[in-house]
Design a protein around this ligand. Structure first.
Ligand SMILES: [Zn+2]
Length: 224
């Protein structure tokens, strides 16, 4: 039995979208400078690093991450799906529509693009694979036991294809009785090379900040 994280540690040079401010992690009180204790001042946008998007990100009045209860963020039947994608490629409906996703509650797409997170951050930020709006819609239509999607790229939106990316987010978050509960989306995940059959459960712990749409998060997984 082993516990691991599927999230990156936030650093000042963590790759973040160009329209976001870089995180700042500044030593405040420091023992080495004669202070009685160590402390830091952290400044970060709520979509920095591994983070979880909730409906309030794209829909005014939509549920915010701070309104989710712990039981809604613990997934007993997670699946890592290997869908290898190169620069600017999109996870399309035909990549997934033969796969039986019954019993899955959290679907994590492993594109392999994570290798660029540290190696080539600019490529990671500007050429990331995304997911098509049709694929997201199909998941909601057919597998209402899935409550959360995750991806090992900076965003579900391909940087070079922002409009379908926006629509994919809207399809995840929109209220529609036919589609069950809106999805949550975890972006910028660290999926590494763990085997999906070893993945026992996943727990998402967002920063506990009242009123924000989405939040940086720690994703803890238990391996069997
Ligand atoms: Zn986001």
């Amino acid at each position: 039995m082993q516990y691991i994280t599927l999230s990156h540690q936030l650093e000042e040079n963590s790759p973040v979208h160009f329209n976001l401010r870089k995180p700042k992690i500044v030593p405040n009180s420091q023992i080495t400078k004669g202070d009685g204790y160590n402390s830091f001042i952290i400044t970060a946008e709520n979509h920095s690093g591994t983070h979880i998007d909730a409906p309030g990100h794209f829909i005014e009045g939509g549920k915010t991450i701070s309104e989710y209860q712990p039981y809604e963020l613990i997934y007993g039947n997670p699946l890592i799906l290997d869908v290898r994608k190169g620069p600017n490629e999109i996870i399309e409906l035909q990549d997934i529509n033969e796969i039986n996703l019954n019993h899955v509650d959290c679907l994590l797409f492993r594109t392999g693009f994570e290798v660029y997170h540290d190696e080539h951050p600019e490529k990671y930020l500007t050429q990331n694979p995304g997911i098509s709006p049709e694929a997201v819609y199909w998941i909601r239509q057919n597998f209402q036991g899935i409550h959360c999607l995750g991806i090992d790229t900076i965003s579900m939106s391909s940087y070079q294809n922002p409009e379908p990316g926006r629509q994919a987010h809207l399809n995840a978050f929109m209220d529609d009785e036919k589609l069950g509960k809106p999805l949550l989306l975890i972006e910028d995940m660290k999926l590494g090379s763990i085997k999906t059959e070893e993945l026992d459960w996943v727990m998402v712990v967002p920063w506990q900040i009242k009123g924000i749409d989405s939040a940086p998060c720690t994703v803890i997984a238990k391996l069997s």
